[in-house]
Design a protein around this ligand. Structure first.
Ligand SMILES: Nc1nc2c(ncn2[C@@H]2O[C@H](COP(=O)(O)OP(=O)(O)OP(=O)(O)O)[C@@H](O)[C@H]2O)c(=O)[nH]1
Ligand SMILES: [Mg+2]
Length: 196
């Protein structure tokens, strides 16, 4: 993923850029590792990463151009959900911003739903999945922070989480931003997904 530019940092829907490219959005609970994974996917440090939940407050659009043969697209970083320390007013703003994006955006092709590999899908992850499915969106589950579990457990964990039930257009991808695991697999998936 070669040429990467920040196209927009949006705190209100009016700031969203025009829908000229397909968009892949990265969604998930606060602190699950959305911005970290975007950085390793893009090979940049553009997305802000934080030790405390609630680091990303805006919807951030990254334009990715990857040579002539590969389709250009946008990667979209969302503020996380489930961050309890947020005030009521902030939660309302968050919901308004995210809803506007998810419910109106025609360019949105795929939701990469990031889930902490140690915990699997929690109640609010399931709510998020239901909402995206109701909106007719395609979801791919991407597990994060896999470095926190021994590699010997990875396969059986995925099988367990799939058995417990989840929506995903394909077999979930196991990643670690820290160890750069699963990054190429996810890049390849995105390119294939966008290629007609
Ligand atoms: N061990 C490990 N830690 C990770 C990994 N990815 C992210 N982290 C850590 O998890 C914390 C949160 O990462 P972020 O990328 O900011 O998470 P986020 O989902 O963007 O969080 P919000 O913007 O608050 O929603 C940071 O301290 C990261 O260093 C990973 O693959 N392995
Ligand atoms: Mg973030």
């Amino acid at each position: 993923m070669k040429r990467v530019t920040v196209e927009a940092t949006c705190f209100t829907p009016a700031q969203f850029p025009t829908e000229e490219l397909p968009e892949i959005v990265v969604a998930g609970r606060s602190n699950v590792g959305k911005s970290s994974l975007i950085n390793v996917l893009l090979g940049t440090k553009l997305a802000h990463v934080g030790g405390t939940p609630g680091k990303t407050r805006s919807i951030n659009f990254y334009r990715v151009e990857d040579g002539d043969e590969r389709p250009a697209f946008r990667l979209v970083d969302l503020p996380g959900y489930g961050y309890a320390a947020r005030s009521k007013a902030e939660k309302k703003d968050w919901l308004r911003l995210i809803s506007a994006y998810v419910e109106q955006r025609k360019a949105l092709r795929l939701v990469c739903h990031l889930v902490d590999f140690r915990h699997g899908l929690l109640a609010n992850d399931r709510e998020l999945q239901e909402w995206f499915v109701q909106q007719g969106k395609q979801l791919l589950v991407v597990f994060t922070k896999a470095d926190k579990l021994p590699k010997g457990q990875w396969r059986s964990r995925v099988q367990q989480y799939v058995r417990e039930g989840l929506y995903s257009v394909d077999v979930p991808i196991v990643t670690s931003a820290e160890k750069r695991a699963g990054v190429e697999e996810l890049q390849n998936f995105i390119v294939k997904f966008l290629t007609p």
